[in-house]
Design a protein around this ligand. Structure first.
Ligand SMILES: *Cc1c(COP(=O)(O)O)cnc(C)c1O
Length: 342
């Protein structure tokens, strides 16, 4: 297979239409078989439910080329399960887990020429998305849905990926108590667009949202979970019902335990940040991105790990996780799923 003529190491995190996408339709109470198509556009009724009532959920995962040239993906079963949960909360029909995993494999295989080669730092980002496509003007779930998976080659999410980020604590909330913060709904991102732009306008890369009920506990950023390392070297992971269950975070916790670190998952107060030695954002897009400082209402907090590089424990975790994804380190059974591509 001839790879596309792309300068892989110069890629940013953005959309590029590739050759094939998978699409399935829900109509008359059931999913059709779905098929691979080439058209990157979707034609919809002006009354499609997604346009008015935001009936939409999505996923994000990646495919990698390993050190020995295989194309693999990482824990797609967890994305499949999470999307089923998102769909249920939004009154959308779940897309079956085994079909989801097969469709991911098929789309990646069909676009094998777009999977960045090993060692370029780039990966293939996979975006499953489901929308209420049927016309709906009375407020109710749609009667028709589209499930689509498309892919694109991407580079680092944050420019200068390993350079520590500056974050701020916004006056806005991302999710309501008992709301939809724990599912991957497009509407959560609509809520965070304004605070994100405000953060950028003030020179910060992202926001740390607080728990909306009491505004004392740390939740996550707009699109990534948070982990911290305290001064004893214990990994501290914020816990809350309105945090999105990140596959990266769950995998890092496992990796950390295997490496012999102590991991504590518990509610973390904003005023504990000053006691931390390291902090990082974690998610598929960013993998693990270091936090250098946090602007809070009580002043700026600089982590001892500094503004030049990622702290030592986060570095170890990042290297181990990416090593597993790139086939350099043996991971737990079932994490790395090989894709047969010619
Ligand atoms: C997708 C997402 C994450 C990261 O989850 P991963 O499964 O690790 O990619 C974190 N927070 C939010 C709000 C998200 O939507």
């Amino acid at each position: 297979m001839q790879k596309k003529d792309i300068d892989w190491s110069k890629l940013g995190f953005g959309y590029t239409p590739t050759d094939y996408r998978f699409e399935a339709h829900w109509k008359d109470g059931k999913w059709d078989e779905g098929k691979m198509i080439t058209d990157s556009n979707i034609e919809l009724s002006e009354a499609a439910c997604v346009f008015h009532y935001a009936q939409c959920c999505f996923e994000g995962l990646k495919a990698y080329t390993t050190v020995n040239g295989d194309i693999v993906t990482f824990r797609p079963d967890l994305n499949a399960e999470r999307m089923m949960g998102s769909a249920e909360r939004l009154e959308m029909p779940a897309f079956p887990k085994e079909k989801f995993i097969q469709a991911v494999k098929d789309v990646v295989a069909a676009n094998a020429a777009w999977v960045p080669p090993y060692g370029t730092g780039a990966t293939l980002y996979i975006r499953p998305v489901m929308i209420g496509s049927g016309p709906q003007i009375g407020v109710a779930p749609a009667h028709e849905f589209i499930f689509r998976i498309f892919v694109m080659p991407v580079g680092a999410y944050f420019k200068g990926a390993i350079k520590p980020l500056k974050l701020t604590v916004p006056e806005f909330d991302r999710a309501a108590p008992r709301g939809t913060g724990h599912i991957k709904a497009g509407l959560n991102y609509a809520m965070s667009l304004h605070p994100t732009m405000e953060a950028h306008r003030h020179g910060y890369a992202e926001n740390i949202y607080l728990d909306p009920a009491t505004r004392t506990y740390i939740e996550e950023t707009g699109g990534a979970n948070l982990i911290f390392v305290d001064k004893e070297g214990t990994i501290i992971v914020p816990k809350s019902d309105s945090i999105l269950p990140s596959v990266t975070r769950r995998s890092l916790i496992d990796v950390a335990k295997r490496l012999g670190y102590k991991v504590v998952e518990r509610p973390v107060k904003l005023n504990e940040l000053k006691d931390m030695a390291e902090g990082a954002l974690c998610g598929t897009a960013a993998v693990l991105a270091p936090i250098g400082m946090v602007n809070t209402p009580d002043g700026d907090i600089y982590f001892p790990s500094g503004m030049e590089k990622m702290g030592p424990i986060c570095t170890k975790l990042r290297e181990t996780l990416t090593g597993i994804q790139m086939g350099e380190i043996e991971g737990p059974e079932g994490w790395v799923v090989k894709i047969d591509a010619e």
